[in-house]
Write a protein that binds this ligand. Structure first.
Ligand SMILES: Nc1ncnc2c1ncn2[C@@H]1O[C@H](COP(=O)(O)OP(=O)(O)OP(=O)(O)O)[C@@H](O)[C@H]1O
Ligand SMILES: [Mg+2]
Length: 233
């Protein structure tokens, strides 16, 4: 489904991601772990087209998407749910969802909202409330639901559990599983390694922009190396 080959990204003179190879099979949940500044968000931005790599190629379903701008990647089925949620607090839940569906027809938007509500019933109960009145967990649900409005085949999630209570994290992770079950491939960036490894099939651990460790989520979890060396825990 997704393949990164030798991706290097830099902001000015300092490389944030170095010669990165990464793959996600269709309908897999692949997690990307690593300490602050390891290059996780930059990797997702490169996949979404928000950061142009200095070198390397990105393939989606056999097609080289490296030169494509972000809107064309959205049209091909890539959606990014960014770090920090970026919802519009003064808009209602429904309006926030409509923004995510801006490239869709009216009917598709209605279907998208129905799907979002089925996936996150609490958003349905709060559909006309302003997003500012939602709890942190509900805001994260809204951010994920909004990124699903374009019906992505590949969903990129940047730290969805950030700042949430453990019980709410588990609810969000349960929904990520449900999204995969509906057919999406998920690349999940997380600092909460234990939770992410529990739902992922495959894991990459980044350190200083490079892949330090990769393997099945089970293998990476069992190695214990995640906590010891790379997450500062
Ligand atoms: N817009 C930017 N301008 C300059 N440097 C940046 C920019 N964004 C990120 N960096 C640098 O690139 C490196 C990787 O950043 P990135 O955001 O990808 O890390 P991350 O793994 O997502 O970290 P975190 O866990 O803190 O979100 C860091 O050293 C960071 O300071
Ligand atoms: Mg980040």
């Amino acid at each position: 489904m997704l393949r990164l080959e030798g991706i290097t990204c830099a902001y000015g003179p300092v490389a944030a991601v170095r010669d990165l190879d990464l793959e996600a099979r269709e309908r897999a949940i692949v997690c990307v772990l690593g300490a602050n500044g390891a290059g996780k968000s930059t990797t997702l931005k490169a996949i979404a087209g928000l950061v142009a790599p200095l070198s390397g190629r990105i393939w989606l379903a056999g097609r080289d998407i490296t030169p494509l701008p972000p809107p064309q990647r959205v049209a091909l089925g890539i959606a990014l749910c960014p770090e920090g949620r970026r919802i519009f607090p003064e808009f209602t839940v429904e309006e926030n969802l409509r923004i995510g569906g801006h490239i869709a027809s009216r009917e598709e938007v209605a279907q998208g909202i129905a799907r979002a509500v089925a996936l996150f019933p609490r958003l349905g109960e709060r559909i006309r409330q302003s997003a500012a009145t939602l709890s942190g967990g509900e805001q994260q649900m809204l951010a994920i639901a909004r990124s699903l409005m374009s019906r992505p085949k590949l969903l990129l999630l940047d730290e969805p559990s950030l700042g949430l209570a453990p019980i709410v994290m588990r609810q969000i992770f349960d929904r990520i599983r449900a999204i995969r079950k509906e057919g999406a491939t998920v690349v999940l960036v997380e600092q909460n390694a234990n939770l992410a490894l529990r739902i992922a099939d495959y894991a990459y651990v980044l350190a200083n922009g490079r892949v330090a460790i990769e393997g099945s989520a089970k293998m990476v979890a069992a190695s214990g190396v995640v906590e010891r060396s790379y997450l500062g825990a």
